[in-house]
Design a protein around this ligand. Structure first.
Ligand SMILES: Nc1ncnc2c1ncn2[C@@H]1O[C@H](COP(=O)(O)OP(=O)(O)O)[C@@H](O)[C@H]1O
Ligand SMILES: [Mg+2]
Length: 293
C-alpha cells in the first residue's frame, strides 16, 4: 500500500487521473496496454504522456514494460486512487485518514464523509478490496462468486467483491446488525464504522448475552436469505450495546448448495471461540437447526 495515500491523492492532477483511467480502459483488452492506446484513450499526446506516466510510475501506481513493446498496467494502488477520486467527486467521501489494518483480502482505512444537510462529518471505513491478488485458481476455488467468469483479471475480482459486499450490506441493513453501507466504486466500499472492537481482542463480561446476540443476528440474516460464509471472532465487532457482523463479500444465498455446509462452519467457528475463551458449550447441530428455523 502507499505510504500516505491521502498525500498522493492530493498531489495528483486531473491529467494524472486521465492517465490512470486510460490504462484502466485499456486493461479490458490488454495485459499490457500499448502506450499508443493510452494516448488515444486519454487524448494526451505521447510527448506529454511520457511525463505523466513516468510520474505515476514513480508513485507506485502503475507498472511499465518495455519488451516486447512499451506497455502499462495499473497496480492496485492506481486502481484505488481512481475509486477514491470517483467517491470524492460524488460526495461520498471527504477525507482519508490512517490505515486501520491489512486483512486477508483487503486494506482498510479510516475516512470522513460530509453528511447531507450540513450536519457535519461522519467517520467512515474505506475498504479497498484486494481479491485478485492471489492467483485466479486459488481465488476461483474458494470464492463461489467467481464461478462462470471467463475473462479474468484482478480488477474484475476485486471490483466484483466490492459490489457484492455493498449489495449485501444494503440488503441486510438495518434489519441485521451490519455496518451501514455508504457507497462503493470499483474495488472500494465506504461504510460506517462498527462500534467497539473485534471480538477476538475483547474480553466481554457477559459472554452468554454476546453469544446469543450473535446467533440471533445469524438467524435474522438467514431469514433474509443470506449465510455469511466467513464468520469467526475476527469478523465480529462487539461494544457494550451491540454486536456487528462485518466482512461479507463471500456470502451465499441460502438456496446455494454449499449454504448449509458454510452455515455449519460459521456456527462451528463461533461456538469453538466461546468454548475456548469463555467455557460456554452449545451443540453445533442444535444451533444450526435453530438458525434455519
Ligand atoms: N466497518 C468496519 N468497522 C470497523 N472496523 C472495520 C470495519 N470493516 C473492516 N474493519 C477492520 O478491518 C479489518 C479487515 O476488514 P474485513 O472486512 O474483515 O476484511 P478481510 O477480508 O480483509 O478480513 C477488520 O478485521 C477490522 O479490524
Ligand atoms: Mg475479516
Amino acid at each position: 500500500m502507499l505510504e500516505d495515500i491521502s498525500a498522493v491523492f492530493r498531489s495528483l492532477e486531473a491529467r494524472d487521473f486521465r492517465g490512470l483511467t486510460g490504462i484502466e480502459v485499456g486493461m479490458k483488452y490488454h495485459e499490457w496496454v500499448p502506450v499508443e492506446e493510452v494516448s488515444r484513450y486519454t487524448k494526451i499526446d505521447e510527448g506529454e504522456l511520457y511525463y505523466v506516466l513516468k510520474n505515476l510510475g514513480h508513485r507506485g501506481l502503475l507498472k511499465r514494460q518495455t519488451q516486447p513493446y512499451e506497455g502499462y498496467r495499473l497496480y492496485f494502488e492506481g486502481y484505488d486512487l481512481l475509486a477514491l477520486n470517483a467517491l470524492v467527486k460524488r460526495g461520498s467521501l471527504a477525507a482519508i485518514g490512517d490505515e486501520l489494518g491489512v486483512g486477508k483480502e483487503s486494506v482498510v482505512y479510516e475516512g470522513l464523509r460530509e453528511m447531507v444537510g450540513g450536519l457535519g462529518q461522519q467517520p467512515v471505513i474505506i475498504k479497498f478490496h484486494r481479491e485478485g491478488r492471489t492467483s485466479f485458481k486459488q481465488v476461483k476455488r474458494t470464492r463461489e462468486h467467481l464461478e462462470g467468469v471467463q475473462h479474468f483479471s484482478w480488477i474484475y475480482a476485486a471490483r466484483l467483491a466490492a459490489k457484492r459486499e455493498f449489495d449485501v450490506l444494503q440488503r441486510l441493513y438495518p434489519e441485521v446488525s451490519v455496518p451501514e453501507p455508504v457507497d462503493h466504486n470499483r474495488n472500494v466500499v465506504v461504510m460506517a464504522i462498527a462500534e467497539g472492537g473485534e471480538l477476538s481482542k475483547t474480553k466481554v463480561l457477559d459472554p452468554e448475552w454476546y453469544l446469543d446476540t450473535i446467533l440471533e443476528q445469524m438467524r435474522l440474516a438467514y431469514a433474509m436469505g443470506v449465510v455469511h460464509g466467513d464468520l469467526s471472532e475476527f469478523n465480529i465487532f462487539v461494544s457494550d450495546e451491540r454486536v456487528t457482523l462485518i466482512d461479507w463479500p463471500q456470502y451465499l444465498e441460502v438456496e446455494h448448495n454449499r449454504a448449509g455446509e458454510l452455515l455449519e462452519r460459521d456456527v462451528g467457528n463461533v461456538l469453538a471461540f466461546f468454548k475456548r475463551k469463555y467455557g460456554l458449550e452449545k451443540d453445533v447441530e442444535g444451533v444450526v437447526g435453530e438458525i434455519m428455523g
